[in-house]
Design a protein around this ligand. Structure first.
Ligand code: 2E6
Ligand code: F3S
Length: 324
């Protein structure tokens, strides 16, 4: 039987960003340097395949620092941590490596600077997300006000409308955030925004690429995890850009083939924490069922790279002893 023809639009950029790449390298290098087990506070990035792979090499994933023994190194995830976390690690004299993405750390510094200048901080972010918890946790509890929607902006109660600044989560929808910022500026004309956008280059580029592929595709699949904020935003952006069917899939086995019956085009992208191997797995699954022609749609070229912390930069075999 001949297979139906399918044009597969492969969005670029997609998948791993520089912060994810660095965070995974940090865990791998820590395992080389100190041996197993190395503890990781929270999923290093929001991807089960990545986490399972590192677990198999000896990483132990926990949610709280209290679950880690004092005599083993601990790594903080790419999403960032409240200030209280490294402080508690220091108090317990633990060896820790911070894998917070430098672009998240930039937002942390920004929030602290504004607060030092006497400005009250508002954060645009998703409640309960580890990055939001980490950024808000750079200042004492209750100091940062969280808004998620323009409706929240109408309700928020500030100390002094003349002395306000805002920061955002790095993985928000670029377009939805514009609406929230517009609401903030309309209600608080004196509010100060970030020097340079807090939404990171990887988020922006992946959303732009989706806007290029989604409108011409009968369906769009985003490879990524349900707890990956940036991946979920890609699904929403695809739907808003006019794609009739958008789905988040962790693996090829999650594809709902019934829903894809009769399509002649599909767009595929991946969140910043999804390995390319899983994208290839999805493409291969399409090849089994369709006569696929792949068209790469590239809207930006990324050359961003972040160095790993100095403690892990020297060759792995210079110190195999566990930390003192
Ligand atoms: C750190 C900061 C931003 O859920 P979210 O999209 O934030 O996280 P991941 O792990 O899916 O993506 C990478 C990342 C790490 N993004
Ligand atoms: Fe960093 Fe953006 Fe990736 S904040 S971890 S470069 S999605």
């Amino acid at each position: 039987m001949t297979k139906p023809a399918l044009t597969l639009y492969l969005a670029a950029p997609r998948g791993f960003c520089a912060g994810v790449d660095r965070a995974i390298k940090i865990v791998e290098l820590a395992l080389e340097k100190w041996g197993a087990p190395v503890y990781v506070r929270h999923e290093i990035v929001h991807n089960k395949f990545v986490v399972d792979g590192l677990r198999a090499k000896g990483a132990v994933f926990v949610e709280e620092l209290e679950e880690c023994p004092e005599d083993r190194p601990v790594i903080f995830s790419a999403h960032g941590v409240p200030k209280s976390v490294p402080a508690a690690a220091e108090a317990r004299q633990m060896v820790y490596v911070d894998a917070t993405c430098p672009l998240v750390s930039k937002v942390h510094i920004e929030a602290q600077r504004h607060a030092e200048q006497g400005l009250q901080m508002i954060m645009i972010g998703h409640k309960g997300h580890p990055e939001t918890i980490g950024t808000m946790g750079q200042l004492p509890a209750g100091e940062v006000l969280l808004v998620e929607t323009p409706e929240d902006v109408a309700q928020v109660e500030v100390r002094d409308p003349q002395r306000l600044a805002y920061v955002t989560q790095t993985t928000l929808s670029v377009d939805d955030t514009k609406g929230i910022v517009a609401a903030l500026e309309a209600r608080f004309p004196a509010i100060i925004g970030p020097h340079k956008e807090d939404i990171c280059y990887a988020t922006t580029n992946r959303q732009e690429a989706v806007k290029a592929v989604a409108p011409k595709s009968d369906a769009m699949l985003v490879v990524g995890a349900p707890n990956s904020s940036n991946s979920r935003r890609l699904v929403e952006v695809g739907a808003k850009a006019g794609c009739q069917y958008t789905q988040l899939v962790q693996r090829a086995e999650n594809i709902d083939w019934r829903a894809l019956e009769g399509i002649s085009s599909v767009a595929i992208t991946a969140g910043a924490s999804a390995p390319e191997l899983l994208v290839n797995e999805v493409i291969d699954a399409f090849r089994v069922r369709f006569d696929v022609s792949v068209e790469v749609v590239e809207t930006a070229v990324e050359r961003v790279e972040f160095k790993v912390p100095r403690v892990l930069r020297q060759s792995a075999d210079t110190s195999t002893a566990p930390p003192a």
